[in-house]
Design a protein around this ligand. Structure first.
Ligand SMILES: *[C@@H]1O[C@H](CO)[C@@H](O)[C@H](O)[C@H]1NC(C)=O
Ligand SMILES: *[C@@H]1O[C@H](CO)[C@@H](O)[C@H](O)[C@H]1NC(C)=O
Ligand SMILES: *[C@@H]1O[C@H](CO)[C@@H](O)[C@H](O)[C@H]1NC(C)=O
Ligand SMILES: *[C@@H]1O[C@H](CO)[C@@H](O)[C@H](O)[C@H]1NC(C)=O
Length: 372
């Protein structure tokens, strides 16, 4: 019998060998490109392309002797700036925020905060610093007093978070294998997470995401335990796959570079399904091949082939006399199916001529190389 793959591999090895001894140079694809002539061009007039530059800084306005405005509408023209402008901090982590006045003329700057408030200052900035954030809900504000006794302030938005302590997944009121087509409920419990508002969970079956759920409008700031449920109707694709749920805190651009993600342990479950036939109604086989049809199921379904109402044993090597109409009867745990298939047996001539073509091609390649 002709084995085209093998003989071609041998020929290729021979070719490689010939090439190697002839040139005895390592195969190299990358060659350094010569310097491009474009790089020697004179610099183009840049100002035409550049975006217009910001206007030159105007000189600092003199300190306003008047009041800074009443507190009610102060935030819009309150000349205070915070860095960072919003704070996302993990519970227990340190915090440093710098509040500075954009211009002079404030006798006093300070922080209004219940935790480690720094003393008010007559300087240009005041830093609030905490070695360990121990408040879940905190609303700091930075204020400035004017000479007239007016006050303005800006708030700092603080998000104190705690990644889930643990995430667990279970099936509600069910143990053991699942049945195809039945409905079940997956329950994902996220333990001790804050703030729950920013929490989202994703359910998976194997590598496939089934659903992504967000928690509702719960504005609780301290850690809570939240339960998410998902109704599922498992099938063949879920058999042997593992269910998983993954909890994630979406903390936004101010948050950590890698948002906290905690996954449950996988929940391995068998799904009882089938029989499922994957067979064309016209089945073409080559002479000598076996007759076969994919029948999937868990447990593996029983398959019986009939021809003219008689049970037939399937030939390990088919020949022309096996062509014809068959009925496949298959019975699984969840039901049975009959399927009609027309078998066509193709003769085997032709394969050898394909082999010869490969051989001739390889030989002519060798000849070309000798010519070079
Ligand atoms: C606070 O901000 C002001 C203004 O940007 C800056 O001059 C000062 O150095 C900062 N202080 C600290 C401790 O970062
Ligand atoms: C689970 O089963 C218990 C006891 O049979 C029942 O009280 C409860 O409602 C069931 N829960 C669900 C979600 O079906
Ligand atoms: C959440 O709040 C928004 C606005 O307050 C409201 O429109 C929405 O219906 C609420 N959703 C839930 C699930 O309560
Ligand atoms: C399938 O075919 C077999 C054999 O002909 C027969 O005994 C059985 O009743 C059929 N089953 C169904 C579901 O049609």
């Amino acid at each position: 019998m002709c084995v085209p793959g093998r003989s071609i591999t041998l020929l290729l090895l021979l070719l490689l060998h010939l090439f190697g001894t002839a040139t005895s140079s390592p195969v190299s694809i990358h060659t350094r490109a010569p310097p491009l002539p474009a790089q020697i061009l004179p610099p183009s007039p840049l100002p035409a392309i550049l975006p217009s530059l910001p206007p030159p800084p105007v000189s600092r306005p003199p300190p306003k002797p008047t009041s800074v405005g009443d507190p009610a509408d102060s935030s819009s023209d309150c000349p205070l700036k915070m860095s960072p402008s919003a704070l996302v901090v993990r519970f227990g982590d340190p915090v440093t925020v710098n509040c500075s006045a954009a211009r002079i003329g404030f006798p006093l700057l300070g922080w209004e905060v219940p935790l480690e408030a720094p003393p008010a200052t007559t300087g240009q900035y005041v830093v609030w610093s905490v070695p360990s954030m121990t408040e879940w809900s905190i609303k700091p504000a930075c204020y400035a007093l004017s000479e007239e006794g007016g006050q303005c302030d800006i708030d700092l938005v603080v998000t104190v978070y705690q990644p889930p302590e643990r995430v667990s997944l279970s099936l509600v009121n069910h143990t053991g294998p699942l049945l195809e087509g039945e409905r079940y409920t997956l329950q994902c419990t996220v333990h001790n997470v804050a703030p729950v508002e920013k929490l989202a969970v994703t359910f998976y079956s194997g590598g496939r995401a089934l659903a992504r759920l967000r928690s509702g409008n719960n504005t609780e700031k301290t850690p809570v335990t939240k339960v998410f449920t998902l109704d599922i109707s498992p099938g063949k694709a879920d058999d042997g796959a593992e269910y998983r749920c993954e909890a994630r805190l979406d903390l936004g651009p101010e948050g950590p570079e890698h948002p906290p993600v905690v996954a449950s342990k996988p929940l391995g479950t068998a799904v009882l399904f089938g029989p499922q036939l994957d067979c064309p109604t016209k089945l073409r086989v080559r002479e000598g091949e076996s007759l076969n049809c994919e029948v999937a199921g868990n447990p593996q379904p029983v398959v019986t082939w009939y021809r003219d109402g008689q049970v037939v044993a399937l030939p390990a090597r088919s020949d022309r006399k096996h062509a014809g109409k068959y009925t496949i009867w298959t019975k699984g745990l969840l039901g049975q199916k009959n399927f009609t298939v027309e078998v066509e047996v193709l003769d085997n001539s032709g394969t050898s001529s394909i082999c010869n073509q490969h051989f001739i091609l390889a030989v002519s390649l060798i000849q070309t190389i000798f010519w070079l």
